[in-house]
Design a binder for this molecule. Sequence first.
Ligand code: ATP
Ligand code: MG
Length: 549
Amino acid sequence: MTNYQHRSSISILLIDDDEEDFLITRDIIADFPSGAYTLAWEPDFEKAKVKILQNEHEAYLVDFRLGAESGLDLISYSLERGIMGPFILLTGQGDLQIDEEARRLGAVDYMVKGSINPDQLERSIRYGIQHVLNLNEIKELNQQLERRVMERTRDLARANERLSYSNESLQKEVDERKQAEKALRESQKIYSAIASNFPDGMLCVLDKDLRFLLVDGKAEEPEMRNKQEWIGSYASSMTFIDQKEAFIKNLKKVLKGVPLNMEVTVANGEREYQINAVPLFDDEEKIQNLLIVCKNITERKKAEKEVLRALNQEKELNELKSRFVTTASHEFRTPLSTILSSVSLIGRYISDSDQKEKIDKHVHRIKSSVNNLTYILNDFLSLGKLEEGKTTFNPVSFDLEQMISEVVSQISPTLKEDQDILLSIAEGTFGEIYVDEQMTKNILINLLNNASKYSGERQKIHLGLGRENGLLKITVKDEGIGIPKKDQQHLFDRFFRANNAINIQGTGLGLNIVKKYIELMNGHIEFSSEENKGTEFRVAIPITQPSYD
Ligand code: ATP
Ligand code: MG
């Protein structure tokens, strides 16, 4: 609707079935002071409806009584279709009760026919028009507002959509995080279970920034006692580790895939830990965390140190003993040989004595005792040298036949009554041989000496010699007391003596020395024995190629 002030005249439609009323109203309007109003007339109710819908008038004066119809119905019909009027209801005298009804429906004013005054009607029309303009403006504003609200609602809906999308991704992230946390909690549970059953140890899981995710375990390192407090702390806070810098450096290497295995001390060496660390991988095989296993090894280390200390002490004592034995044996040999030569001389000086036979017997006894003592001392000396590493394998070319006859003649005086050495030598055994002569000789003397010592009178000793596949083979067999089964495993141990040999003189050193010599020559020794039947020792010594440089 346009503003009525800009139009040349204001068109008013009177809807009234009484022509008389039209004429009167027209006169009233003609009396309006501004004079800018025209009045049209419509007496028919239905036609009025059509005209109102065409909306060609600025204001409507509606009679209450329109034949059988009511002006009020027309007003509500129009208002329902969006035509705001303004409608001014005209009634006859005595229709006062409809005033309220008219206003309720939306008529702007109400006037009683016959008492209408021009000023009042004009004011009412003007007010009505302005009112409708205002209403339309408000309607327009309302529509604008509604549009804006709609736009805003749409924006909001879009924003909401975006929000719900980001919410979704946020939710997804949260879900993933929750899942990761759940997995971590699960593995933490496993680690905790392991840790609490892991004696003297601690289990820690660290993230890539070397921050604790889990600390657990039975070992209660005082600084780590409050395990929960360590969650989130950096490994570099472990200032109580004496080798902290190396430890951190190694942990960083674990992040590159190098497993860690190191021992550290804490609290200035008060306690010791064995630390193992490995990387933990995520689903994409990327290093995600570190697993550290710390084991308190303080006690073990103490025990190790104690054992080492005892071992060293034992070693020192042993060295001291063997040095003493060596020195003493060496020193004993000189006076012994003096005794031996003096006894021989004395024997010769008193050869014409009538007590010669008795003297000879004692001289012989002294000589054999001195020889025995010399044997023992030689054994001690050999052992001392062997232990000090002074005995070295020194092969030379020598005449085997010559050496054997020397050995036999050296042993013969000590043999018991009718204890013959029966030699059997394989063909091709003699000739140039290249082994350590002194060691071979000592081995033979020791074995023959045992064979004689542990056999009775008239029991034979069999000495066999042969050469086979680059080996010098020696067998010494007797028919003596044999070695009890249970003692056989210790036979080569130092100072070991079998049960059945206790009453026979000996120190238990001979076979130990034999074994050591054979080992030095890369040879081999074995035996078989049966108690009261006899014993056989079999030795194989590699014959070395001579070197002529
Ligand atoms: P020694 O140091 O003077 O040789 P030993 O003869 O007692 O003293 P080994 O030669 O090392 O020491 O022998 C160790 C032990 O083995 C002997 O004490 C003996 O019990 C047993 N044994 C060695 N050879 C024989 C053998 N031929 N027959 C029976 N027992 C033997
Ligand atoms: Mg012996």
